[in-house]
Write a protein that binds this ligand. Structure first.
Ligand SMILES: Cc1cc2nc3c(=O)[nH]c(=O)nc-3n(C[C@H](O)[C@H](O)[C@H](O)COP(=O)(O)OP(=O)(O)OC[C@H]3O[C@@H](n4cnc5c(N)ncnc54)[C@H](O)[C@@H]3O)c2cc1C
Length: 506
């Protein structure tokens, strides 16, 4: 997918081609639906107002949850769905992007013995779901209690005084959420879906949708037998069929060296709030993400939501409770926030169900809201089951770049690239043939190389400098990284080329 395929797809659709289904919204939900429908043999157009993963899907905690937390709310169905989808992602669909991550619950003064026993019982139930979903114990080992020494080996910044040990358990982590969206959309395109970014849908009709090409301002119509809205927190602009109560979740990013290069995530209980935690998640890019808040966010959804000062202070405070040296504002090198597209209900946003909801719009369109990144495949299956009787195939369908972990270990390319691009890493590295500097980091400590930027423009439908910097390589998460990568994009001439609608070097 690139600027040329977009132009071609736009010409076909605006020229009157009728598709079986038009999917509106290029987040994980819309990309998942496009893939499910295309892989069942339906003709599909996916229209995204900005870029793939422009919305909530790039602001997640990047976890593939086994569903343990939903058990606390008695949502057994959702917990089971999460455990099954986690197994499918880790084993078949995206083993290159999803992998196991150890989690510690430190047992210190803040965790009474009774609470520790209850937490262990919960972890064992979660492990039961893991077994029932047939995830091997080699992939996700069962929970166990570890000594204070072992806990500090996994997370060296933990405060030693008062530490009795820790509970160790395992869950799934994504290399990056936006990369998952791009991989799903590209797999959909490989099954024939037409994927148009910078195509804003402005109206629903009973024979399709009206849209505007955001690059030229030209209006066009896409004719479709069925319309599906997967527009997240923006759904209210296109249909009144469902009421949303978005909530903001914020993360802070700190350099991993500040926390002693942890190899495990740490869950710290929020005092006085049963079942709520602040976590510190080590990432593969040398950062640790500290999250997560849950604050009502009424009104127009922001394109670029930001944590407020209270959330930032709260996260630093709560994480510091378990650390030998407290974190301060000076340790934060990046921050981000996302809006959860929760369906309205009674009570606090933290208590609203994360289950997805499919509703009918009077125009005949279906709208899907809520759900999780983890369960995107199942959500897509539920929607497409309403459109066709053909059987779903996506539980057996690896995404582009996917291969079993053993096969990934033998891919001949730098390890960092295999982690992000899977079996496509050698093809990406080959872009540097004759220009080895394209495999070097664009600046010291900035985990991005020039070949990734070329790859994004040539194969991943990056049309603007921001598409590359903020959503294909994620340098936008750290302002200091962002400026270095913007410079690299300009030096490669990719900013002007992409924005002019041409594809570099093709
Ligand atoms: C802070 C936070 C942390 C989270 N952490 C996790 C986690 O660790 N694990 C997990 O499984 N889940 C997590 N989630 C949940 C998960 O991220 C979301 O459920 C999911 O990303 C929602 O995806 P979506 O595609 O429905 O919405 P979005 O990603 O918002 O996609 C909607 C898309 O529709 C487009 N659009 C809107 N209007 C139009 C229009 N008129 N025309 C064309 N396009 C349009 C938007 O530009 C956008 O790209 C988290 C959520 C938040 C907020």
């Amino acid at each position: 997918m690139n600027a040329s395929t977009r132009r071609h797809d736009l010409e076909r659709l605006a020229g009157g081609e009728t598709v079986d289904v038009v999917v509106v919204g290029g987040g994980i939900t819309g990309a998942g639906i496009a893939l499910d429908a295309a892989s069942r043999g339906l003709s599909v157009a996916l229209l995204e107002q900005r870029d793939l993963a422009f919305g909530t899907s790039r602001w997640s905690s990047k976890l593939v949850h086994g569903g343990l937390r939903y058990l606390q709310h008695g949502e057994w169905g959702l917990a089971w769905e999460c455990a099954v989808e986690r197994a499918t992602l880790l084993r078949t669909v995206a083993p290159h992007l999803a992998r196991p991550l150890p989690f510690l619950i430190p047992l210190d003064d803040a965790v009474a013995r009774g609470t520790a026993l209850k937490s262990m019982a919960g972890l064992r139930v979660g492990d039961g779901l893991r077994m029932a979903a047939r995830t091997s114990r080699r992939a996700l080992p069962p929970p166990r209690r570890v000594s204070a020494l072992e806990a500090r080996r996994l997370a060296p910044a933990l405060r030693a005084s008062g530490l009795r040990g820790a509970l160790l358990s395992w869950d799934g982590q994504l290399e990056d959420d936006a990369r998952l969206v791009v991989a799903v959309a590209r797999t959909a395109a490989a099954h024939g879906a037409r994927v148009l970014t910078y195509a804003e849908v402005t109206g629903l009709r009973d024979d399709g949708v009206e849209a505007v090409d955001a690059l030229t301002g030209a209006g066009f119509m896409v004719r479709a037998r069925r319309v599906v809205l997967a527009t997240g927190v923006w759904t209210g602009a296109l249909t009144g069929a469902v009421e949303l109560r978005p909530s903001r979740g914020s993360h802070l990013l700190v350099p991993a060296y500040r926390l002693g290069e942890p190899r495990a995530a740490v869950n710290v209980p929020v005092p006085g709030e049963h079942g709520r935690w602040v976590f510190a998640l080590p990432r593969s890019d040398g950062l640790v993400a500290i999250g997560l808040t849950d604050v009502p966010a009424p009104g127009e959804p922001a394109d670029d939501p930001q944590p407020d000062a209270t959330e930032e202070a709260e996260l630093l405070d709560r994480a510091s409770a378990a650390l030998a040296t407290p974190l301060g504002p000076g340790d934060v090198c990046g921050r981000y926030a996302g809006l959860r597209p929760l369906a309205a209900g009674d009570g606090e946003t933290a208590d609203l169900s994360r289950r997805h909801l499919i509703v009918d719009d009077p125009s005949g369109a279906l709208a899907i809201v809520g759900g999780k990144l983890t369960t995107y495949r199942r959500m897509a299956q539920d929607v497409v089951d309403r459109l066709t009787g053909r059987p779903c195939r996506t539980h057996r369908l690896p995404l582009v770049g996917a291969a079993p972990p053993a096969a990934l270990r033998s891919v001949c390319a730098p390890e960092r690239l295999v982690r992000r691009y899977g079996t496509e890493a050698p093809a990406l590295a080959a872009l540097a043939d004759g220009r080895p500097e394209l495999l070097e980091l664009v600046a010291p400590g900035v985990p991005v190389c020039g070949a990734e930027l070329l790859w994004g423009a040539r194969h991943e439908l990056a049309l603007t400098s921001s598409d590359l910097v903020d959503r294909r390589v994620r340098a936008g998460l750290v302002p200091a990284w962002r400026s270095a990568v913007v410079e690299a994009v300009e030096a490669l001439g990719l900013d002007a080329v992409a924005e002019a609608g041409r594809t570099p070097g093709m």
